[in-house]
Design a protein around this ligand. Sequence first.
Ligand code: B16
Ligand code: MG
Length: 213
Amino acid sequence: MKYNAVIFDLDGVIVCTDECHYKGWKQLADDEGIYFDKEINQRQRGVSRMESLEILLERAEKEYSSEEKNEMAERKNNYYKEFIKSLTPADILPGVIDFCEELKKNGVKIAIGSSSKNTPGILKGIGLDTYFDAVADGNQITHSKPDPEVFLLAAKLINEPAENCLVVEDAEAGVAAAKAGGMDVLGLGNAVKDTDATYKAENLAKFDISLIK
Ligand code: B16
Ligand code: MG
């Protein structure tokens, strides 16, 4: 295979939690009387919880103190956690398992690189908590995507230099993070519009694996 390892983003690549994030932020925005829509939500994909809150607050009519911001981020996370409680293995996105099994069969290591602090709970919910060779997530990093930190950490955990790793991403910030880390990228979903992606596919079920063989 062309790569020794594949690092997967979580939300939007392994499991579709995007709608849960949207609903959590929307509920918070409604509580506070702040305008929020799906276009604004697109810009929150791949970036940390606090940075996502700052994006939402661009439309706020008043200033919030840092205590208030911490409370709001926590409130959104509580809404979000309620929504993701019902995740099961049936929520794994199309093609994920077949793709990973093919990689494993060919001796390619697999890892997660997610900005989300909820990664451990989500992986448990979908039954993949022991499936990956390494998990790098929002609990272990200080700079979220587009900074490459989470992908560089994942590469380090599986002992592979960046150039031997392929990142699978669905968000602009994630594609930028992978490129900044010196990694090739397979862009899925919205990231197919991203000219920086090395390969593009609507989802993993539609990706022709022979391109990386
Ligand atoms: P949390 P990913 C990202 O996950 C989400 O795309 C992004 O919308 C979210 O703000 C971020 O995780 C932080 O999530 O609030 O759960 O810590 O796409 O990098 O897997
Ligand atoms: Mg994502």
